[in-house]
Design a protein around this ligand. Structure first.
Ligand code: GLN
Length: 484
């Protein structure tokens, strides 16, 4: 059962090579062994997992198994899980037991998946290093002195260390792709509206999108098919049939028009990353793809636009944590204002407070036009840039991150340096586009990610292109030393 992909584990379960209970026990053992060093989970649901595995084994025995029946998964702690702690990496929600399942969790549960526990994450998904979590940082299994990326750092580290074949994740500005790149795993952020946000704790609602981190594109295709689809409980969910992502994997890449994004190679990119990304494009050329340079003139404004829009939305979304209805409440408040002030002051960490303050400022009457409105205009320019580029190419490719995993503490003192981690990923969120990161090499022993961005609802094309590359290379199969 070691080192196998989700597709292989699924085949093993249905071929009765091992039971779901055996697989679940095996992975729970790995989770427990890795927890003291990686801190990838905030809660381990062993009893629930074994009960779900037993139920899955009964389905398998009755010949009713689907591809995900009995396959273990870890859910990012941003997804509400019925009867299980849902803390969003925050003191504000530490110990909060959700009274219902997020749609994503419910769908994967009904597909027969077994939940091993909840993944650690940056507080309220704000961060790029998993260092803002109330539950402590996650460590990168490739080098324990380094960060796994964020905000889905626990999900990426868990899949990289083979604690589970898959982990759910969310991406508001890069939080699936950036940690996937830094941990050497595959991550897909679908088109905005493709996967339901119901029960996914909101950070910036117009940007947040749930997705999945796996070992391979094939595995991502299997799970995405079960996660995606219209949800009447999410008003931004798109009513559009879910294609069979798995059969789309084998589409040939010959003739695929790949756009190499000029602006992503201009400055700040580590030379080793550039080398690996260019080598990956050579692989596509060999397979018959056509590579040409494209330009997105406004993309350089994506980080500033994002750091107006995302804090604005977060300041509004996080207003619900007031110490009254749920979450942390301070001791012995003097009056209502004191209750709000101290509950929020104690419950939120520094980065969340910084964002709330920024967001409140940019939305305030005197500054709305100068900041918020302007950022929305820039957002539209970026979306138009992408539209123009996709008239010429089918997929845009480039690096996922400017650097490989950095050391814990290296960027915590300077928020802007931290924000620049997402310089290549934020554009896709602002435009609502699907994007992936797949492993494409190593620099000084640390994983490098190749980013693929496509037009709206081109998940099949992205997964197919990623799968074609993964058939030619084995970067995605590398396991960190000590976790084989
Ligand atoms: N790192 C970015 C931020 O801090 C993106 C986070 C995310 O995608 N959730 O906002």
């Amino acid at each position: 059962m070691k080192g196998r992909s989700l597709a292989e584990l699924s085949a093993g379960l249905r071929g009765r090579e091992f039971s779901s209970v055996e697989l679940t026990r095996h992975l729970l053992g790995r989770v427990a062994a890795a927890q003291p060093t990686l801190n990838a989970l905030v809660c381990i649901t062993a009893d629930l997992a074994l009960a779900q595995a037993q139920a899955a084994d009964r389905e398998i025995a009755a010949g009713r198994a689907g591809p995900l029946t009995g396959v273990p998964i870890i859910h990012k702690d941003i997804f509400c899980t019925d009867g299980v702690q849902t803390s969003c990496g925050s003191r504000m929600l530490a110990g909060f037991i959700a009274p219902y399942d997020a749609t994503v969790v419910a769908k994967l549960r009904s597909a027969g998946m077994v939940m091993l526990g909840k993944a650690n994450m940056d507080e309220f998904a704000m961060g790029s290093s998993n260092e803002t979590s109330f539950f402590g940082p996650v460590r990168n299994p490739w080098d324990l002195a380094r960060v796994p990326g964020g905000s889905s750092g626990g999900s990426a580290a868990a899949v990289a260390a083979r604690l589970a074949p898959a982990a759910t994740a969310t991406d508001t500005g890069g939080s699936i792709r950036q940690p996937a790149a830094l941990c050497g795993v595959t991550g897909i952020k679908p088109t905005y509206g493709r996967v339901s946000r119901y029960g996914m704790i909101a950070f910036a609602s117009s940007l947040d999108q749930g997705g999945i981190i796996t070992v391979s594109a094939e595995d991502a295709a299997i799970i995405l098919g079960a996660m995606a689809g219209f949800d009447p409980r999410d008003s931004t969910s798109v009513d559009r049939p879910v294609p069979d992502y798995r059969t789309a994997l084998d589409r040939p890449v010959a003739g695929l028009r790949i756009g190499l994004l000029k602006e992503f190679f201009e400055k700040g990119l580590e030379p080793d990353i550039e080398r690996h990304v260019r080598a990956a494009l050579e692989v596509y050329r060999r397979l018959g793809a056509v590579v040409k340079e494209v330009s997105l003139p406004s993309i350089g404004l994506s980080v500033p636009a994002y750091y107006v829009v995302a804090p604005a939305e977060c300041s509004s979304n996080l207003a619900r944590f007031d110490g009254v209805r749920f979450g942390h409440r301070c001791q012995d408040p003097r009056d209502l204002a004191d209750l709000y002030r101290r509950s929020r002051g104690e419950g939120f960490g520094a980065e969340v407070k910084r964002r709330i303050i920024t967001g409140t400022y940019v939305l305030s009457a005197g500054y709305y036009d100068a900041y918020y409105l302007k950022a929305q205009r820039v957002r539209q320019l970026i979306a138009t840039d992408f539209e123009r580029a996709f008239a010429e190419v089918d997929v845009i490719m480039g690096p996922t991150t400017p650097t490989t995993a950095f050391e814990l503490g290296a960027k915590t003192a300077d928020p802007v340096t931290m924000y620049l981690n997402d310089i290549y990923t934020i554009g896709a969120n602002l435009a609502g586009l699907p994007a992936m990161s797949i492993p494409c090499g190593f620099a000084a022993g640390l994983p490098v990610g190749l980013q693929l961005i496509g037009p709206h609802f081109s998940e099949e094309r992205l997964l197919g292109a990623a799968h074609a590359y993964q058939r030619e290379t084995d970067w995605h199969r590398r396991v960190p030393p000590g976790y084989e």
